[in-house]
Design a protein around this ligand. Structure first.
Ligand SMILES: C[S@@+](CC[C@H](N)C(=O)[O-])C[C@H]1O[C@@H](n2cnc3c(N)ncnc32)[C@H](O)[C@@H]1O
Length: 193
């Protein structure tokens, strides 16, 4: 799949719902605000790649908190990509890319990759393959960041060393499956040498 034009049950500035699943909701905004505040204390990336535009909440925070010179954003859905193109028009240094991050031509390597896609297929994620692809997108000495919900252990990404910067409570977040979550963490993954 290179790109897709999905029909969402709900597509507003606050919610993206597809086939009953919450793809993204503004309930994540307070968490993302804390996340990028902490990430900005640790990394100052010049070149950022963001995987998945969604509602543009993280994109806005990356602009404000990290102020990268280049902020590449790849999005698979044409309707959401149209929102991304508008966002790119309003922010200097934003490069919009339509496609599947796994096959799109991306100007790697990046200092920081923010990884927040959503699996629309019936195939389960393949963490080993995805970690291998992500490893090529992050420069040596760079970092990968992904959302971490709940108070459990962070996901293991082969080829990366994961560091939990901080765990904290967050206002209730709506999860994809309809449950809610009140804990989250700021996590950075550093490529192995
Ligand atoms: C959880 S949302 C991202 C939320 C975003 N971080 C925000 O703050 O609003 C996931 C996004 O990734 C996109 N996406 C899903 N699979 C993708 C893929 N393989 N390549 C690129 N984008 C993808 C979805 O269409 C959706 O816009």
């Amino acid at each position: 799949m290179t790109n897709t034009s999905l029909t969402f049950d709900v597509k507003t500035a606050d919610r993206l719902i597809w086939q009953g699943q919450v793809v993204m909701s503004r309930s994540e905004a307070p968490y993302f605000d804390e996340l990028f505040e902490r990430v900005a204390q640790v990394v100052r990336p010049e070149r950022v790649l963001e995987i998945g535009f969604g509602l543009g909440i993280s994109a806005d925070l990356i602009q404000r908190r990290l102020q990268p010179t280049e902020h590449h954003i790849v999005e698979i859905d044409t309707g959401i990509y149209a929102d991304l193109v508008r966002f790119a028009g309003d922010h200097r240094g934003v490069v919009a890319c339509l496609g599947d991050w796994r096959s799109a031509p991306l100007a790697a390597p990046f200092d920081l990759v923010f990884y927040d896609p959503f699996n629309y297929t019936e195939e389960p994620d393949d963490p080993v393959r995805e970690a291998g692809l992500l490893r090529h997108l992050v420069r040596n000495g760079g970092a990968l960041c992904h959302p971490h919900f709940g108070d459990g252990p962070p996901r293991v990404l082969p080829g990366f060393r994961t560091v939990v910067l901080e765990r904290f409570k967050v206002p209730k977040i709506d999860m994809a499956d309809g449950t809610h979550c009140g804990h989250a963490a700021a996590v950075l993954c550093y490529p192995d040498d």
